[in-house]
Design a protein around this ligand. Structure first.
Ligand code: ADP
Ligand code: MG
Length: 231
């Protein structure tokens, strides 16, 4: 909590209220697992980060002006180390093509999370003028808006309530191992919902927070993409 307070106060006076690296650190401070990796602002640094990660990496453009990174080709999944350098330059040039005056913070290099036996979910919070902090849980990924398979609660929630949320969505059977798939770590998902609930309860300055996707596999639950707006 102290760590989270430090992170939030470090961005307090910044004009830009959306967080980059800090968002991942904030989740970390509340025990929500994030992929290994870092945000860098030069191709050589990207390579260095990649070399610290086992296997292919994921690379993403980091810009406050680009909200949906994959829409502009700003996410590259499965990049071998030898292609990291070129991938960096390609990501930046795609962002420039999309919006010449975009502020580009750099590129995020991440460990690949195994999606083959994983499910992409979304966990989010929006402050509703009437109800207060509304937590959302549902099926995630880049098609979340089209699917609209979500459920809501007002924060704070207990872990038991969070677990109920995971049972309420249409895709609940998918989490519990439909069609011969192994069940994902549902308890870990519920724990993540509860921890996020605690985070937004402790810090009213967080106006909006979305983890999309929160990837859940049989073994791990990781927040792969997070978007956060502070007061
Ligand atoms: P955006 O939502 O801005 O398009 P994301 O970071 O959510 O960008 O990435 C888009 C998609 O790429 C994710 O929904 C997921 O399918 C895939 N992806 C992103 N990061 C990873 C990762 N570390 N491991 C595996 N797949 C990833
Ligand atoms: Mg996303």
């Amino acid at each position: 909590r102290e760590r989270a307070r430090e992170i939030l106060s470090s961005v307090e006076d910044r004009a830009d209220t959306r967080l980059g690296v800090e968002a991942m650190d904030l989740l970390d401070a509340y025990g929500i697992e994030t992929p290994e990796g870092d945000i860098v602002d030069a191709p050589a640094d990207a390579l260095e980060v990649a070399e610290g990660i086992d296997g292919d990496v994921v690379m993403k453009i980091v810009s406050p002006d680009i909200l949906h990174k994959s829409d502009i080709g700003g996410v590259k999944v499965g990049v071998p180390h030898e292609e990291v350098y070129d991938a960096y330059e390609d990501l930046v040039s795609r962002a420039r093509n999309y919006q010449p005056d975009a502020t580009i913070i750099g590129v995020q290099v991440q460990e690949m999370v195994d999606l083959d036996d994983g499910v992409e979910t979304i966990v989010g919070m929006n402050r509703d003028p009437q109800f207060g902090p509304l937590l959302l849980f549902g099926l995630g990924g880049i098609f979340v808006e089209t699917l609209e398979d979500t459920t809501f609660r007002v924060a704070p929630v207990s872990e038991a309530e969070a677990e109920t949320m995971t049972e309420e969505i249409d895709a609940a059977p998918l989490l519990r191992g439909a069609r011969g798939r192994d069940p994902v770590d549902v308890a870990g998902v519920a724990e993540t919902i509860q921890r996020l609930s605690q985070l937004v309860t402790d810090f009213p300055a967080i106006l909006e927070l979305d983890i999309n996707p929160l990837v859940a596999t049989p073994d791990v639950v990781k927040a792969v993409d997070v978007r956060l707006t502070v007061d």
